[in-house]
Design a protein around this ligand. Structure first.
Ligand code: ADP
Length: 412
C-alpha cells in the first residue's frame, strides 16, 4: 500500500479546506467520513467491513457519486485509512487534512471534553479499556492506524461519555457498596453523549435561545436508545449507566431489568452471567418482545396488521420511554422541550405520537399534522405552540466530532 500523498497540518484554501477525517472504529469495521467542520460538507464517507478476514471490503461514497465497494487488500484498520487517503489524494489533489477525529466510546472519569491525542492519552485510554472492553481497544486501533499512515497528523479523541461527566453524584452513583465505586469505577457514565450534546445545541439554535436558559430532555432513539436531561446546556441525568445496557428498551437490548433475574435464570437454565448478559444485549428489547426483529418499521407494520407481540413490544417501548422522560424532568424541575432524534426519533411519527399523548400531563400537545408530515432528515416542531415543545432534530455525530477536532487543534 503506498503512503497517501495527502499532507497534514495546514488548512487548504477553497471550500474543501480544513477537512477532518472522522473515524468510528469497531473491532471488525471502521466507519469514516471526510468533511469540512465549518459547513458540514462531506467529500467522502463509507465503511471498511469484515476487517481481519479475507472478505474485508471497503464501501466508499465520493459525493455526489453513488457508493462503490472494493476488496480491501490486507484488511486491517490501517489499510482502511491508507486507502481512504489514497482515494482522497486521487480525487481531490491538493486537499490538506486538518486532523483526524475519533469517536471513543469510554473516557471514564478522566475525560470530560475532547482531547488531542498524545502518548499519555493513549495510555489513559488503555487504562480505561476495562470499562469498554469491546470498544476502547478498537478505538485505539483506529488512532494507531492513522498514526502509522500519517504520523504528523494531529488527532483528537471525542468521547461518548464526556458530555455526561457533569451529572451530579446523586444521578451518577449506584446505591451499592462504596468499594465498588472507589476500587472498580462502578458508577453511571452514560453514553450517546456526542448525539445528546449535538441535538441539544441544535435545539437551542432552532428556538433562538441560549442553551444556558433551556431545560431539555433529548431522546436518542436508534438501535441503541437513551434519553438525557440537559439543564443550562449540560447533562444532569441520563438513562444509560455503567454500560449501555441500562435504561430504555432498545432494538436488541433489554434496558433496565431486575438484577435478581441473573441468579434466578442461572439456576434454572445453567447459563452463566456472561451468557445471560449477552442475551440481554442481543436477544432482548424490541426483538425479544416482538419476535419480528429489531427494526421499528417492521414492528410498526406487524402491529398495524394485528400481531399482538408486536403491539406489546410497542407498548412496552413507549411505556418505559415515557416513564424515563418523566423521571428525567425531576432533575430539570421544568421542561421546555422534548427533542427526538436517532432513526426512530427522526422517522417514526407513530412513536412520537404515542409518546406525546402519554406525556400530555407534562404540557406536551402533539401537532398531529406537523408530526405526520414531518420529513426525513429535517428539523422541526411536532407539538402545538406552548410552554413545552416537542422537536425533531436530526443527529450528526460525525459533524460534532469534526467540529471538536478542529476546535481542539486550532484552539479556535
Ligand atoms: P443506529 O443506532 O445503529 O445508528 P439508527 O439511528 O439508524 O441506528 O436507527 C435505527 C432504527 O431506526 C431502527 O429501529 C429502524 O427501524 C428505525 N427507523 C428508521 N426509519 C424508520 C421509519 N421510517 N419508521 C420507524 N422507524 C424507523
Amino acid at each position: 500500500m503506498t503512503k497517501a500523498s495527502v499532507s497534514s497540518g495546514q488548512p487548504a484554501g477553497g471550500g474543501s479546506g480544513r477537512l477532518v477525517l472522522v473515524l468510528n472504529s469497531g473491532s471488525s469495521s471502521v466507519k469514516f467520513a471526510l468533511l469540512a467542520p465549518g459547513s458540514g460538507e462531506r467529500l467522502m464517507a463509507g465503511i471498511g467491513e469484515r476487517l481481519g478476514t479475507p472478505e474485508a471490503a471497503l464501501r466508499v461514497q465520493q459525493f455526489p457519486a453513488a457508493a462503490v465497494e472494493e476488496r480491501l487488500h490486507g484488511g486491517s484498520h490501517r489499510d482502511v485509512v491508507a486507502r481512504v487517503l489514497e482515494l482522497l489524494a486521487a480525487g481531490h489533489p491538493g486537499v490538506h487534512l486538518l486532523g483526524a477525529g475519533h469517536r471513543v466510546v469510554h473516557g471514564g472519569e478522566r475525560f470530560t471534553f475532547s482531547v488531542r491525542v498524545d502518548n499519555s492519552v493513549i495510555v489513559a485510554l488503555r487504562a480505561s479499556s476495562h470499562l469498554a472492553p469491546l470498544h476502547n481497544p478498537a478505538n485505539i486501533a483506529g488512532i494507531e492506524a492513522v498514526r502509522s499512515v500519517l504520523p504528523d497528523l494531529p488527532q483528537v479523541a471525542v468521547f461518548d461519555t464526556a458530555f455526561h461527566q457533569t451529572m451530579p453524584p446523586h444521578a451518577f452513583r449506584y446505591a451499592v457498596p462504596e468499594k465498588w465505586y472507589t476500587d472498580h469505577g462502578v458508577r453511571r457514565y452514560g453514553f450517546h453523549g456526542i448525539s445528546h450534546r449535538f441535538v441539544s445545541e441544535q435545539a437551542a439554535a432552532m428556538l433562538g435561545r441560549s442553551p444556558r436558559e433551556l431545560r431539555l430532555v433529548t431522546a436518542h432513539l436508534g438501535n441503541g436508545c437513551s434519553a438525557t436531561a440537559v439543564r443550562d446546556g449540560v447533562s444532569v441525568d441520563t438513562t444509560m449507566g455503567l454500560t449501555p445496557l441500562e435504561g430504555l428498551v432498545m432494538g436488541t437490548r433489554s434496558g433496565d431489568v431486575d438484577p435478581g433475574m441473573l441468579d434466578y435464570l442461572a439456576g434454572r437454565t445453567g447459563m452463566d452471567v456472561g451468557q445471560l448478559i449477552r442475551a440481554l444485549n442481543v436477544d432482548s428489547g424490541l426483538q425479544g418482545l416482538s419476535g419480528v426483529g429489531n427494526d421499528m418499521r417492521a414492528i410498526e407494520a406487524a402491529a398495524a396488521a394485528g400481531n399482538e407481540r408486536a403491539q406489546l413490544a410497542l407498548a412496552v417501548f413507549v411505556h418505559r420511554l415515557c416513564k424515563a422522560i418523566a423521571g428525567l424532568v425531576v432533575e430539570l424541575e421544568r421542561l421546555d422541550a422534548l427533542v427526538f432524534t436517532g432513526g426512530i426519533g427522526e422517522n417514526s411519527a407513530v412513536i412520537r405520537s404515542l409518546v406525546l399523548s402519554r406525556l400530555a400531563f407534562l404540557g406536551l400537545a402533539e401537532d398531529t399534522r406537523a408530526n405526520a408530515d414531518h420529513g426525513r432528515h429535517t428539523a422541526g416542531r411536532v407539538s402545538l405552540a406552548g410552554p413545552v415543545l416537542a422537536l425533531v432534530v436530526p443527529t450528526d455525530e460525525e459533524l460534532l466530532i469534526a467540529r471538536d477536532t478542529a476546535h481542539v487543534i486550532t484552539g479556535g
